[in-house]
Design a protein around this ligand. Sequence first.
Ligand code: F6R
Length: 606
Amino acid sequence: MCGIVGYIGNEACQEIILGSLQRLEYRGYDSSGIATLNDDRLQLRRSVGKLSELKAKILEEPVSGKIGIGHIRWATHGGVTEQNAHPHSVNGEIAIVHNGIIENYASLKEELMDKGCVFSSDTDSEVLAHLFSNMIGQGLDPKRALETVLTKIEGAYSFVALSKSYPDSLMVARNASPLAIGFSDDMVIVASDATAIAHLTQKVTYLKDNDYAILTSKSHTIYNGENEMVNREVVKVNVSPILLDKLGFRHYMEKEIHEQPDAISHTISAMTDSNGRLTAGLEDYNLSKIKGIVLLAAGTSFYAAQIGRYWIEKLAGVPVVCEVASEYHYRNPVASFQTTAIVISQSGESIDSLMAVRHAKKLGLDTYGIVNVVDSTISREVDKILPTRAGPEIGVASTKAFTAQLVVLICLAISIGRQNGKLDEDISNNIHQKILKIPSTIGKSMNLFELILPISYKLKNAHSCLFLGRDMLFPLACEGALKLKELSYIHAEGFASGEMKHGPIALIEEGLPVVSFVSEDEISRKAVSNLKEAEARGAYIIIIGTQTAVNMIDFATDKIIIPNCDPILTPIVSAVPAQILAYLTALEKGTDIDQPRNLAKSVTVE
Ligand code: F6R
C-alpha cells in the first residue's frame, strides 16, 4: 500500500527520505518519488518501478534541502505511470504525498478545473495539491490552509504537504490511514508507520482520525477535528533494526518462516498468566461474557479466523461466525446471539477490518483484536488486544503472523472452554502442554525445505493447482492456495475435500497438482476416498501430514511428512510446509517474493 514520508530538520534530507522509503518498501508499491525544497526551489524526482529506479535517477540529478517529502505508490486511481507517481506538484509551488483515497475527488476535480486548474495525472491525490495551491494562493497560513482543505475532502487519507511559501513547515493530516510523527531535538519526521522512522528516533506520536498537524524542525503542533490544539501520547517505539534485517536469508519471507518457533513461543508467553495457565490475557469476567462470537478479518487472517472457529466451537462450545471484513459492515449483519467481535489483523491497519470492527462496536458488541502491530489503529480502537508476538513481518505474504494468530485462537478457545465448564482442567492442561511443544515441533519442520525443493521443480510449470482439506484443514487448504497464487502467480484454489464431487472434480485432468492436507483423525480418513477419485482421473497428488496420516494415502506421488503432533494442532504445524512450498515454487519461477506484483502489505484502501 502507499507509504508516505516527510522530513524537516538540520540535515540534508535526500538520503534520510530514501532510507525511510526503503523501510516502507515491504508494504508493496509500483512507483516512487521525492520532492525537496531548497533556496526557494522545489525539486521533484519520480520513477516507475522499484526504489532502485528512483535512486538511479537521483544519482544523476540529486535533490537538495533540509525539508522534503517522499512516497511509494500502490496504484488505485490511475495507471502505473511517472505522471501518476507522487509527489504531485502544482506550478513548482506546492507538493503533496498521499496515502488512501479521496472519495469525492471527481466533483472536486471538476470544480477545480472550472476554476482553471490544469491536472497532469489521473489520480485522486492531485486534487489535494490543487486545493493547497488555491488556499495558500489566497494567503492562508499553513494551519488555515490545512483546516480548509480538510473541510473539502472525504475519504480515508493521510498526507503530507510542502509549500514554497512556507519553507519551514510541513502540513500533515490523517483520517483512517495511519500516520506516525517521530521527533528528536533537531528534526521531525513523519511516515505511514513507525518502521520507517524507528532507526532515527524512538519518540513517536500517532495522529488520531481527523487530526492534523503543523511540523517544524523543532515542533509538531497537533489539532483535532474540532480545530483544538491537542496533545497526543508520545510512545517509545522499539522496532529493533536487527529485526528488519534479512540476516543472511534470501528473502524476508524465508527469514520469517524460520522465525516461527520464536514468534510462537513469544505469543504463548503473552497468553499465559504467572501460574503458567492460559488466560489469553483476559479476566474471567470478560470470558464469562462471551456467549457468541463474530470473527472479522481479511485474507490470510480470515483463514486463521476460520480455523479458530473450529477450535472455539469444539473446545468452548460457543457459537462463532466468520465474516470477510470487506463484506461485513455493508450487509446489515444481525448480531442477536453475539456478544463479542474479534478482529484479526497482522498490520492492525487493514481498512476493511478496521471498518468492520467499528461497525461491530456500533452494534454494541465487545471488541477484541488479535493484532501483531500493537501501535496500530485497530489496537488502539478495540476494547482489548490479544497480541501476537510475531515481531515485524516485512514479507508481503503473511507467514509467522498467521501461525501466531492460530496460537492465540487456540489459547483463547481453551480459556473460554475452561471458564464456561466445557473443558475440564485435565483436558485443558493436556492441550496446553502440547501447545508449549509447538515451537520445537515447528523448529524441526525447517528441514522440510530440502524435501520440498524437488516438488517445487515440478510445481513451477503447473498452470493451476488445487488444495484440499477437511474440517479445520479446509481453511488451511484455502490459505495454502492463497500463498501459492500470490507468490508464484500460479492459479490455485482451496476446497473442502468433500466438496470435490459436487463440482471441482471437473477440473481434474492428467498431471493437475492436488495438494492435500491430512491429519490422523477420523474425518481425514474420509478425505482418502475423495483423493482416490482425483488420482483415478490422473491428478498429481501431494500429501502433507504426519507419518501416520500420510500412511493412509499410499497412492500419493509426493509425501511431505510433518513432525508428529496432536490432530488438533495440525493446522499450525502443516501451515509451515504450505509456506515453504509456495516460497520454493516462487523462487524457482523467479518472482518477486517479498513484494509480489500488485500486492500490498497493509491494505489501507477499501
Ligand atoms: C496474504 C496476506 C493478506 C493479509 C490481508 C490482511 O499472505 O498477507 O491476505 O492477510 O491483507 O492483512 P492484515 O492481517 O494485516 O489485516
